[in-house]
Design a protein around this ligand. Structure first.
Ligand SMILES: *[C@@H]1O[C@H](CO)[C@@H](O)[C@H](O)[C@H]1NC(C)=O
Ligand SMILES: *[C@@H]1O[C@H](CO)[C@@H](O)[C@H](O)[C@H]1NC(C)=O
Ligand SMILES: *[C@@H]1O[C@H](CO)[C@@H](O)[C@H](O)[C@H]1NC(C)=O
Ligand SMILES: *[C@@H]1O[C@H](CO)[C@@H](O)[C@H](O)[C@H]1NC(C)=O
Ligand SMILES: *[C@@H]1O[C@H](CO)[C@@H](O)[C@H](O)[C@H]1NC(C)=O
Length: 175
């Protein structure tokens, strides 16, 4: 009985803790360096309410691509954005066949339900992310309160062809 009460207490604390978290996008910047290959149709945030901002991305690949790497780096703001916690370059075609990098799996698990990109290479046509918002319950570790930038450089056929940079805010109000 006492154990159940303790578990229930922990659950309540956890739930109120989760509700006190604000984890949302603040800006999105996409750019194509080769517009005869990759066209950015849309890369925009839209505010649903005070705590929830969704990201919509629509990018067209005009030619099929079988050779895609993504260089991912996280920055935290402190007198400008400074590299923070991780940096990785991942073979996206390999990743969609068999996932191995736990950090990339985490990032991918945040948005895979909102996109049509969860298939194997080649990639061709419209790449869509629709209504994507950040859910604190998916993150296992609480981040320190702050402003972050997730840079993603997409390297197609060995050239940085486009970037998708997301800025977000993480705030825990532990009162
Ligand atoms: C936004 O978050 C604050 C603080 O966690 C909460 O009090 C408020 O109810 C939330 N508002 C909405 C619309 O979810
Ligand atoms: C742009 O992409 C096309 C299609 O893959 C390629 O043929 C061309 O060489 C690329 N241009 C540059 C400047 O990388
Ligand atoms: C993505 O953009 C293309 C080109 O503007 C458009 O034809 C397509 O309908 C868009 N897709 C979505 C899901 O908005
Ligand atoms: C991709 O998403 C669809 C729909 O959510 C799902 O049925 C499918 O299993 C997913 N495929 C992969 C490889 O994750
Ligand atoms: C990319 O670079 C690798 C290693 O340098 C090379 O084997 C491969 O052919 C290159 N791919 C393209 C499309 O240029």
């Amino acid at each position: 009985m006492q154990r159940r009460l303790i578990l229930f207490g922990i659950l309540l604390i956890w739930m109120s803790y989760n509700e006190a978290i604000i984890f949302k996008f603040t800006n999105a910047v996409c750019e194509s360096y080769n517009k005869s290959w990759v066209v950015i149709n849309n890369c925009r945030l839209s505010a649903i309410n005070r705590n929830k901002t969704v990201l919509n991305i629509n990018i067209t690949f005009l030619h099929p691509c079988n050779d895609i790497f993504v260089a991912v780096q996280l920055f935290k703001r402190a007198n400008g954005y400074k590299p923070w916690l991780f940096k990785a370059t991942v073979d996206a075609c390999q990743f969609t066949k068999k996932s191995y990098n736990p950090t990339i799996i985490l990032i991918y698990s945040l948005f895979k339900d909102f996109s049509n990109i969860n298939h194997t290479c080649p990639y061709m046509g419209d790449q869509i992310i629709q209504g994507f918002y950040l859910r604190p319950e998916i993150l296992r570790l609480p981040y320190p309160t702050g402003e972050y930038l997730l840079e993603m450089h997409w390297i197609l056929d060995n050239k940085t062809t486009f970037i998708t940079n997301e800025y977000f805010q993480f705030t825990e109000n532990l009162l």
